[in-house]
Design a protein around this ligand. Structure first.
Ligand code: B12
Length: 220
């Protein structure tokens, strides 16, 4: 196993074992070893929370422990991404409004998208969780956004991504925005097509590529 892989393993294990001190130490070690902050989050910490999620799904872990793992993940993610130096921040590529849809409190993923997109040159307005469709639209109009991003983690809240897309269409705003959807409940390209979104991702690095491609196409 390479040095980098060992650090990724430490990052994931720290979340799985609910060890905040180990998580923060592994973030520092990763940054010192030159691992990009985004990789620390996506290839290390995220693997840990997914393992916890899997165990929760199998009935091996109770909700308070999932919450604890989520809290540690959030703190370590912020620590990793806050270390991206301001002078390495390029001029904003586009402005994005992001949030987790109404009825859904899972915001780890949308917070990661917010942090990673910010660190990758986007101006991001993070609306948090439980965000009604009208709030996404109001904020996007207010800040002159180019992209609206909606996250959903549960089967029942997935529908809100469609409601938001339909509302944009009804209000004659659909073409004005790049509409991206994502989140752990996401069934794939078929859903994206069904609701008429411009793109989707169940991983932030893919999401970033999709967003850049959509922005480049609009700027042609
Ligand atoms: C952590 C967690 C929690 C935490 C949330 C903490 C928080 N602040 O987010 C707590 C403990 C609070 C919680 C609560 C609940 N949870 Co929960 N939770 C999870 C868990 C374990 C992990 C989710 C997660 O954070 N994944 C990690 C993140 C980083 O991944 P992600 O969201 O997919 O995001 C990535 C990509 O999708 C992408 N992305 C995300 N958003 C977007 C947006 C755009 C635009 C783009 C481009 C990309 C993108 O980028 C991110 C980074 O790569 C999952 C299980 C699992 N395996 O997913 C269950 C899970 C989602 N929860 C579930 C449930 C049922 C609940 C509860 C209803 C439980 C209860 N009985 O109370 C409540 C929810 C109440 C509500 N109204 O929302 C179910 C949903 C089942 C379903 N299919 O509907 C799951 C699947 C567990 C299970 N197997 O049953 N949960």
């Amino acid at each position: 196993m390479s040095e980098k892989e060992k650090i990724f393993e430490k990052l994931a294990n720290s979340v799985v074992t609910y060890n905040e001190a180990a998580a923060m130490a592994a973030v520092s070690e990763g940054l010192a070893a030159g691992i990009p902050a985004v990789d620390i989050v996506t290839k290390g910490l995220s693997i840990g929370i997914r393992t916890v999620g899997q165990r929760y799904g199998e009935g091996k872990v109770a909700i308070p422990f999932v919450m604890l793992a989520a809290k540690i993940m959030d703190k370590a993610t912020k620590a990793a991404l806050s270390k991206v130096p301001a002078d390495q921040m390029p001029k904003p590529l586009a402005t994005m409004v992001i949030g987790t849809v109404e009825g859904d409190i899972h915001d780890l993923g949308s917070n990661i998208v917010s942090a990673v997109f910010s660190a990758s040159g986007f101006k991001v307005y993070n609306l948090g969780h439980d965000v009604p469709p009208e709030t996404f639209i109001k904020k996007a109009e207010e800040v002159g956004a180019n992209i609206i991003g909606a996250s959903a983690l549960m089967t029942n809240t997935l529908q809100v991504q469609k409601i938001l897309g339909d509302k944009l269409t009804r209000e004659g705003l659909r073409e004005k925005y790049i509409y991206l959807v994502g989140g752990g409940a996401f069934p794939g390209a078929e859903w994206c097509e069904e609701i008429g979104a411009d793109g989707f991702a169940t991983d932030v690095t893919i999401g970033l590529e999709v967003a850049k491609k959509c922005v480049a196409e609009r700027n042609k």
